[in-house]
Design a protein around this ligand. Structure first.
Ligand code: C2E
Ligand code: MG
Ligand code: MG
Length: 395
């Protein structure tokens, strides 16, 4: 597509560039947690031109600088309007070309726009692409620090698409790692693909970075990313980039209706947090499992005797993996007691819970007595049989 510089300038002035939002979802709860702002050139006749047809040209000519500031301005205006309408506000990621690194007073301009619209700085995520990091490390480092010192978050975009240097993860101060779509091509039938992705996410988690997987299109991909502990999902499986009015409706949909519950009025979330802290103190391992669907999700396990299990996955595999850490004399009893079929049968025979004490090998090589109690729960909205597992270290 042939584009002239004058055309771009006119389009910017006549506001033909529009911001689209692609929501990002919590990998486990599927709740919308953020969105990325993506530019679209919408011509007067309604034709929508995608970034691949104008971004490379704008990068070459330097006009990308104007586009990025324009998009940030639109994003902040949007956030302000959401706030005024009392609608949900989530952090918004804005793409910034690497050319901004050379821009004098980048942060001054950033603050001027966000402060004009009274947008809290931590609502804005500055996305810079991985390739930026091969440039002069010192200036990129200084740039990231300045941005973070001013309260904004930093995401590295397209991680894994080019020549990712792992040393920048060590040196730069960043918040979010966005995993490039190219690492998620198939449905992870290939061992190597799984290992690479799993390891990148584990590395990011250890560095306390949030991970966003881009380009998630299938349920299989989602399932695997969940087992890897990926934080957020952005992809067509959940939602495509959408114009502002659609995103406004989406935000409105997700705003919970006011409840008359006294606990809610008294800030139920903080009460629940306190309660959970007390529970986790006594039970360092808490698992939610769906026996009918063979799935589980761990709520806490960081302070448990062993921390080698994945945070979500198939229940049968959890038991198989758990059995491997049991004392040889307890292994069979553990497997039999917690076999899914046996638990379902126990529930059908009227049992309310199952409790068992076994010796389990800790990460430090020591066996400790662990009391595992499974409480059967029924969700009135479905036929599935669920359990809540509480594990206490007895030694
Ligand atoms: P990006 O920042 O990595 O954005 C993600 C791209 O992946 C978007 O393409 C999005 O539509 C696409 N995507 C998301 N989920 C899926 C999926 O499940 N399947 C597939 N096939 N694609 C998915 P888009 O909007 O065409 O943008 C392309 C690139 O253009 C962006 O990649 C970003 O690098 C650049 N870009 C877009 N808007 C701006 C902007 O305002 N400023 C700058 N500097 N760059 C921008
Ligand atoms: Mg991006
Ligand atoms: Mg990307």
């Amino acid at each position: 597509m042939e584009i002239r510089l004058s055309e771009v300038s006119t389009a910017l002035e006549s506001r033909e560039f529009k911001v689209y939002f692609q929501p990002q979802y919590d990998a486990i709860s599927s709740q919308m947690k953020g969105a990325e702002a993506l530019a679209r050139w919408v011509k007067n006749d309604g034709t929508v031109i995608l970034p691949k047809d104008f971004i490379p040209f704008m990068e070459e000519t330097g006009s990308i600088i104007d586009l990025d500031w324009y998009i940030l301005d639109e994003v902040c205006r949007f956030v302000k309007e959401q706030k005024e309408s009392g609608l949900k506000i989530v952090p918004i990621s804005v793409n910034f070309s690497r050319i901004h690194l050379q821009e004098e007073d980048f942060i001054g301009r950033m603050n001027a726009i966000t402060d004009f619209y009274e947008v809290a700085h931590d609502t804005i995520v500055v996305e810079i692409t991985e390739t930026t990091f091969v440039e002069d490390t010192e200036s990129v480092k200084a740039f990231c620090e300045r941005v973070r010192d001013n309260g904004y978050k930093i995401a590295i975009d397209d991680f894994g698409s080019g020549f990712s240097s792992l040393s920048f993860l060590k040196e730069m101060s960043i918040d979010i790692l966005k995993i490039d779509r190219s690492l998620l091509k198939g449905n992870f039938e290939d061992d190597k693909e799984r290992i690479v992705l799993e390891t990148i996410i584990m590395l990011a988690n250890r560095l306390k970075l949030c991970t966003v997987a881009e380009g998630v299109e299938t349920k299989e991909q989602l399932g695997f990313l969940r087992t890897c502990d990926c934080t957020e999902i952005q992809g067509f499986l959940f939602a495509k980039p959408m114009p502002v009015p659609d995103f406004v409706s989406l935000c409105a949909e997700e705003t919970p209706a006011p409840e008359e519950d006294i606990l809610v009025l008294q800030n139920r979330n903080s009460a629940v947090e306190l309660l959970l802290e007390a529970v986790f103190d006594k039970f360092p391992l808490v698992i939610f499992a769906n026996l009918t669907r063979n799935s589980y999700y761990m709520m806490a396990y960081e302070n448990f005797t062993t921390t080698k299990c994945t945070a979500a996955g198939k229940f049968d595999e959890l038991i198989k993996g758990g059995a491997l850490t049991m004392h040889p004399d307890d292994k069979m009893l553990f497997e039999e007691t917690f076999r899914r079929e046996n638990q379902i049968q126990a529930y059908e025979e009227g049992q309310k819970r199952i409790s068992l004490v076994t010796r389990q090998l800790g990460d430090d090589g020591v066996y400790r007595r662990v009391e595992t109690t499974n409480y059967f729960v029924k969700n009135p909205a479905s036929e599935d049989l669920l359990i809540i597992t509480l594990c206490a270290n007895l030694d």
